[in-house]
Design a protein. Structure first.
Length: 466
């Protein structure tokens, strides 16, 4: 696998040297379509690994040829993963114009749902007809297009691909109650995803005060929430849903609980259900608890909102905090409040069972806090932090040829990268994937590969090997 990725990287480099590449334009995409040379596919599913999926697509692109498209109207949220629920990436690959539409609305379930239940998804309209505008901000080295229009291609065909080729999920299909064996091929992505419990900034400070901690944002001074406490907040019909007094004492009396969760189709939500509620991991009466949903809201004390994307959760936590409200939810550690837009950065991660997902030992330079903050995986790699799940890829039997080729290429790039430093924040490599990337906690050496695995079963306990 490592050799394969090296070959791909060399091929991309040679292509870049022989083609005078520049960011692909909508007009070029239209011309390639008319000429019958356009490579085009559609990926759906998890929002958490969006940036990493983009990087996997970009690996095969000619240098300087990538353009990003989204239906966002913002000029500032220009990085993949901050473009909203509908995006597309275009480039030339060996001089051939290539487009990948990427839909992450409603999350991981939609890697599978179009192929097992006929769910119809939206995507960006074919890019030469999507009326996109050039954004004034741009992800470095790329051109960004904003305000592109959407289409449901099944209901309103636009001449582009009308069904996803497959996609990526934070968790296996069985955690959504699905058997996808007759619809396509599900495979381990050999990538782990670290999740964290995030809270609005006023709640973070109140928890610090209640626990006698210094009011700053360093992981060492983060307040703690136990798994039992969080389970008691998010389980349906729980006694911890009146106000915040069980965690804050008098300071929490009368303060409403705002639970900013994801929709049921989200892999983040499925990960939360499996980790905290043991659902649907266990059988028997009360063995697996049901998650609280919007229908369980009680105005003035417990308000549950179900969000379609991680960006919506971050925005809600920020807005609640601006209003002085105490809100809580789950986010993947790919999300970093320090680098988010102002509208999305009013949240902080708490310790879970005494361990912070951003804690670190070595930064390779000085005193050992930067590595944990920058990469948010050291405690998960070492087996100290448990909220860490293993991802899946899926290729449908009905996939187009480009998608059937590209999804495994992206999967390989995710789990077995050419450059270990390309593994982004919050992600780990599974030791079963064969990567040479290090798991050693050594000064100056980047930790990337986890020391254990769940063997592809996110209901199973993790086993450490080294």
């Amino acid at each position: 696998m490592q050799v394969k990725q090296l070959i791909l990287a060399v091929a991309a480099t040679l292509a870049a040297g022989s083609v005078l590449a520049a960011p692909v334009t909508p007009a070029q995409i239209g011309s390639a379509r008319a000429a019958g040379t356009l490579q085009e596919t559609w990926i759906s599913g998890a929002s958490a690994p969006t940036f990493n999926i983009f990087r996997g697509f970009e690996l095969g692109c000619d240098a300087n040829s990538v353009a990003l498209f989204s239906n966002s109207s913002s000029d500032s949220n220009v990085r993949p993963g901050s473009l909203g629920n509908y995006a597309a990436y275009a480039c030339t690959r060996g001089g051939v114009v290539s487009v990948v539409y990427h839909t992450v609305f409603d999350g991981s379930l939609n890697a599978y749902a179009p192929h097992v239940s006929g769910t119809q998804l939206q995507r960006l309209r074919r890019l030469d007809q999507a009326n996109c505008q050039v954004a004034t901000g741009a992800f470095p080295g790329h051109v960004n297009y904003k305000s592109c229009t959407l289409v449901n291609p099944v209901a309103t065909p636009d001449g582009a691909i009308n069904k996803p080729a497959g996609g990526f999920s934070d968790v296996e299909a069985s955690l959504f109650g699905l058997d996808v064996s007759s619809a396509g091929t599900e495979a381990e992505a050999y990538v782990g995803q670290t999740f964290g419990v995030a809270v609005s900034l006023p709640l973070y400070r109140a928890l610090q005060a209640a626990q006698g901690l210094t009011a700053n944002d360093l992981p060492a001074n983060a307040p703690n929430i136990s798994s039992a406490q969080y389970t008691s907040i998010i389980a349906a019909s729980s006694g911890y849903q009146t106000d915040w007094s069980p965690l804050l004492g008098d300071a929490g009396a009368g303060k409403a609980i705002y639970l900013e969760r994801r929709v049921a189709s989200s892999g983040t939500q499925a990960s939360s259900n499996a980790h905290f509620l043991k659902s649907p991991c266990t059988d028997g009466v009360l063995a697996g608890l049901a998650p609280a949903g919007a229908a369980d809201s009680v105005p003035g004390s417990f308000v549950v909102t179900e969000h379609s994307g991680s960006g919506n959760v971050k925005g809600a936590l920020t807005t609640r905090g601006t209003n002085g409200q105490f809100a809580i939810g789950v986010l993947s550690l790919e999300n970093n409040w320090r680098t988010d837009s102002e509208a999305n950065q009013g949240y902080r991660y708490v310790k879970l069972d005494g361990v912070h997902p951003e804690a670190g030992t070595f930064d390779g330079n000085s005193n050992g806090t930067a590595d944990g903050i920058e990469f948010a995986r050291e405690t998960a790699i070492n087996g100290d932090y448990g909220f860490h799940v293993e991802m899946r890829s899926f290729v449908a039997n009905t996939a187009d040829a480009f998608g059937a080729q590209l999804i495994p290429e992206i999967t390989s790039a995710l789990g077995n990268p050419v450059n270990c430093s390309d593994v982004p924040r919050g992600l780990t490599l599974n030791p079963l994937g064969g990567s040479i990337c290090s798991s050693a906690a050594t000064p100056g050496e980047l930790q990337v590969t986890a020391k254990g695995t769940r063997f592809g079963n996110n209901c199973a306990p993790q086993q450490l090997f080294f």
